[in-house]
Design a binder for this molecule. Structure first.
Ligand SMILES: Cc1cc2nc3c(=O)[nH]c(=O)nc-3n(C[C@H](O)[C@H](O)[C@H](O)COP(=O)(O)OP(=O)(O)OC[C@H]3O[C@@H](n4cnc5c(N)ncnc54)[C@H](O)[C@@H]3O)c2cc1C
Length: 441
C-alpha cells in the first residue's frame, strides 16, 4: 500500500478539527467533538466511494487495486464507528434557532443512514454471504451516504454551509456522490476495450481464453489484470482475471479456474468469435529483476507468473519459481512453463505436486533456491493460508516485510474474524492445558 495515500486520507479527515475548533462562540466542546465525528464519517464515506471507482490515478495514489479495496473496506468500517459515536455523543447545541421541517427530515435521514450503515457494513465484511447478494447490499451503502449528505446539508449546525467547515465537507460529499453515481452506471458505459475470443483451450484444471483486439489494444504489463465481460455468453457480469500471457501480436490470454457459478459456466457458454469487453489494465504486481527472485504460485495463482516468465530477459537475476498444484494433469500451462525454462537460463521451475506428497515450506524454498533468501525478493499469488505460512516461515530466513509482496485474488477480505476465532480457540486450549498441568503439579 502506498503510505502517501493513507496519509492523504488521514490528513483530509483531520482538517475539520481546525475548522470546528476555530468557530467563535461555541462553548459546548463535547457537542462540537460529536459534530466533528459526523464530518469525519462523511469524509471517510466519500473516500470509500471515490476509491471504488477504479478511475485512472487511484492506483498511483494508493497502490494496486487489491490494496485500494482493503483501504476502501477500512474507510467504511472507521466511518461506521465514527457515525455510531456521533449518534451516541449528543451533537445538539443550544441557541441555533427554531427547527424547520427540512431540519427534521434531515435528522430522520441521519438516523436512517446510521442504522442502515451499521447493518450493511456488517454484511459487507461477512465473507460467507454470496457475492451477488453482497454486491447489491454494498451498492446500497452509497444510498445511505446520500442520506447522510442530505442530513449534513440540512441539519441545524454551529456553522453555515458557506463557512470553511461547510464548504470543505460539502465538497467531499459532492465528490463522493459523483463517484457513487459513476459506479451506478451500467458497466457497458465505462471505458473498456473491445476484444474477440481467438481461441479456447483446456489447460490443466482451467480454461485458457486468448483474445484478439477489435480496434485499439489494451496496453497491459505482465502481472496486471483486466475486468472482463462476455456479453454474448448470456451473463455480462464483470469479473477480474490476471493476464497469463500478453502476446507480441496484441493478443491477451486469461486462464480461468472454475471456482463458482460464473467461472464454472464459462466452459459451456464461451465460443470462439464472441465479443469480450476488457476494463483496465489494473494492478501493480511487478518484479524488480535487480535482485534474486523467488516466485511462489498456489494453483491458479500461476497466471501472473506465466506473464512474468514470458517477459523475463537475460539481464534479470536468477528466478526460482515454485508452482504448487494437485497433480501434473491439474497444473495449468505446465508444458508451456517447462519449455520457457529451456529457453531462459535464469528461470528455475520447482514443481510441488501434492499427488507426489511434495508440500511447500520455507525450508524447502531455502533448500532448493539458488540464492541467499535474505537478499531475495519474494512474490506470492495463491491461497491466503499458504501465503501466511510462507510469510511466517520465510521471515526466519531473513525475508523482511518489504521483500515479500503478493497479489490478492480475492477483493472481499473480511476483517480477520476467522483468524481471531482460531487464535482464541488455540490460546484458550493452551491456557486450559497449562492450568490443568499446574493444578496436577
Ligand atoms: C485481481 C484478481 C485477479 C484474478 N485473476 C484470476 C485468474 O487469473 N484466474 C482465475 O481463475 N481467477 C482469478 N481471479 C479470481 C476470479 O475473479 C474469481 O474466481 C471469479 O470472479 C469468481 O466468480 P464466480 O461467480 O465463478 O464465483 P463465486 O462463487 O460467485 O465467487 C467466488 C469468489 O470470487 C469473488 N467474486 C465473484 N464474483 C466476482 C466479481 N464479479 N468480481 C470480483 N470478485 C468476484 C467473490 O468474492 C467470491 O468469494 C482473480 C481475482 C482478482 C481479484
Amino acid at each position: 500500500m502506498n503510505p502517501f495515500g493513507i496519509f492523504l486520507i488521514v490528513a483530509t479527515v483531520t482538517v475539520p478539527v481546525c475548522q470546528l475548533f476555530a468557530l467563535p462562540n461555541v462553548s459546548d466542546q463535547v457537542a462540537l467533538f460529536s459534530q466533528y465525528l459526523g464530518l469525519a464519517a462523511l469524509i471517510l464515506m466519500a473516500w470509500g466511494q471515490i476509491l471504488s471507482t477504479r478511475l485512472p490515478g487511484i492506483e498511483s495514489l494508493f497502490g494496486g487495486l487489491d490494496r485500494v479495496y482493503v483501504l476502501h473496506k477500512w474507510t467504511g468500517i472507521t466511518a461506521m464507528a465514527a457515525v455510531l459515536l456521533h449518534d451516541t455523543i449528543d451533537a445538539e447545541m443550544r441557541g441555533l434557532g427554531r427547527e424547520t421541517i427540512l431540519n427534521e427530515i434531515a435528522e430522520t435521514l441521519g438516523e436512517f443512514s446510521l442504522y442502515g450503515l451499521l447493518i450493511l457494513v456488517v454484511i459487507s465484511v461477512a465473507t460467507f454471504i454470496p457475492y451477488q447478494l453482497w454486491k447489491w447490499t454494498h451498492k446500497a451503502i452509497g444510498a445511505l451516504f446520500a442520506a447522510g449528505t442530505f442530513h449534513f446539508f440540512f441539519i441545524m449546525k454551529p456553522f453555515a454551509m458557506g463557512d470553511p467547515a461547510g464548504l470543505y465537507t460539502g465538497a467531499f460529499c459532492t465528490a463522493g456522490l459523483l463517484a457513487y453515481f459513476w459506479m451506478l452506471l451500467p458497466d457497458r458505459m465505462r471505458p473498456s476495450k473491445a476484444y474477440s475470443i481467438a481461441s479456447l483451450e483446456r489447460s490443466g484444471g482451467a480454461l485458457a481464453i486468448t483474445m484478439a483486439p477489435v480496434g485499439k489494444a489494451l496496453r497491459a504489463s505482465p502481472g496486471q489484470f483486466g475486468v472482463l465481460q462476455f456479453p454474448d455468453s448470456g451473463n455480462s457480469e464483470p469479473h477480474p482475471f490476471s493476464f497469463s500471457k500478453i502476446g507480441d501480436d496484441a493478443t491477451l490470454r486469461v486462464t480461468v479456474k472454475a471456482l463458482g457459478d460464473f467461472t464454472s459456466r464459462m466452459g459451456s457458454t464461451l465460443t470462439v468469435g464472441q465479443n469480450v469487453r476488457i476494463q483496465g489494465p489494473f494492478g501493480r504486481f511487478r518484479y524488480s529483476g535487480k535482485r534474486p527472485e523467488i516466485w511462489i504460485a498456489g494453483g491458479i495463482g500461476i497466471t501472473p507468473f506465466l506473464a512474468w516468465a514470458h517477459a523475463l530477459d537475460d539481464h534479470t537475476e536468477s528466478v526460482d519459481l515454485f508452482y504448487c498444484a494437485k497433480s501434473r494433469e491439474d497444473a495449468s500451462h505446465l508444458a508451456e512453463l517447462e519449455s520457457l525454462v529451456k529457453s531462459k537460463p535464469n528461470l528455475n521451475l520447482h514443481l510441488m505436486l501434492s499427488s507426489e506428497n511434495r508440500r511447500l515450506s520455507a525450508d524447502i524454498v531455502s533448500e532448493l533456491s539458488a540464492c541467499d533468501l535474505a537478499q531475495a525478493m519474494v512474490s506470492y499469488c495463491g491461497p491466503t493460508s499458504l501465503r501466511e505460512a510462507m510469510y511466517t516461515g520465510l521471515r526466519q530466513y531473513g525475508v523482511g516485510p518489504r521483500q515479500f509482496h503478493f497479489e490478492e485474488f480475492e477483493f472481499r477480505t473480511g476483517v480477520g474474524l476467522k483468524r481471531l476465532a482460531a487464535w482464541v480457540l488455540t490460546h484458550g486450549k493452551q491456557s486450559r492445558k497449562t492450568i490443568s498441568e499446574n493444578a496436577k503439579g
